[in-house]
Ligand binder design. Structure first.
Ligand code: FES
Length: 238
């Protein structure tokens, strides 16, 4: 028989199988807890701390990796929790390239949305040294801008776990941690299959599709070059 655990989340009684995380139990109770690094089943690493909740323990716990326990009393939306989430967000922004207006993900960015949801409007609260990375745009289809990366590792999970390609991963330590490929090679020089799953997983503008429209337009308008349009191959009957 399934081992069930009973707990209370924001005053709502929930019963879930043992081993369920507080985040999943809250979903079952219809309670939304904000997340950034979490991707169901492929990236549950408790990295961003946006999903912190109060269980009465000495420190807040990350709901995405916190297993439920019998009799647990979880609070997900107290003033202290909201303030702690805001500080986490402000710290993420302290090392984030905030040129949102010309970002490929402007208005479709989870980080931007989270700032709106949590009422973070001072995006420069914690001023200090910021990493400055070169943009890797050598791939025919994917651009990586590590200046916008929040190290959630969702792209790494998509590349390694979903696609089993495994050409990107975390490198370096502490402040210098970044997502990259072995020997700092650009995406174009590793076995990237250009599937774009890393882009789909990225919550910010750290990964985006290359826009070749201008290059194609320039080529079509360059009278010094001849553009040969290949006819589609004939389909033969079997
Ligand atoms: Fe739980 Fe990031 S969503 S720590």
């Amino acid at each position: 028989m399934e081992n069930l655990v009973k707990l209370t989340i924001d005053g709502v009684s929930v019963e879930v199988p043992a081993g369920t995380t507080v985040l999943e139990a809250a979903k079952k109770a219809g309670i939304n807890i904000p997340t950034l690094c979490y991707l169901k089943d492929i990236n549950q690493i408790g990295a961003c701390r946006m999903c912190i909740v109060d269980t009465g323990a000495r420190a807040f716990g990350a709901a995405c990796v916190l297993p439920v326990a019998n009799g647990m009393n979880v609070k997900t939306n107290t003033p202290k929790i909201r303030e702690a989430r805001r500080v986490n967000l402000e710290l993420l922004l302290s090392n984030h390239d905030k040129k949102c207006l010309d970002c490929a993900r402007n208005q479709k960015c989870e980080l931007q949305q989270m700032c709106q949801d949590l009422g973070v409007d001072d995006v420069d609260k914690y001023k200090g040294k910021m990493n400055e990375y070169d943009i890797d745009d050598l791939s025919p289809s994917i651009v990586r801008n590590n200046n916008k990366c929040i190290l959630c590792r969702r792209c790494v999970a998509a590349c390694n776990n979903t696609q089993a390609v495994g050409v990107i991963g975390p490198m370096g330590r502490g402040f210098k941690t970044k997502i990259g490929s072995a020997w700092e090679q650009p995406l174009n020089d590793v076995a990237c299959i250009n599937c774009g799953q890393c882009i789909a997983a990225c919550p910010t503008g750290a990964l985006y599709e290359k826009d070749s429209t201008k290059a194609v337009w320039d080529l079509l308008n360059d009278e010094t070059k001849t553009v040969v349009v290949q006819p589609a191959p004939a389909v033969r009957a079997a």
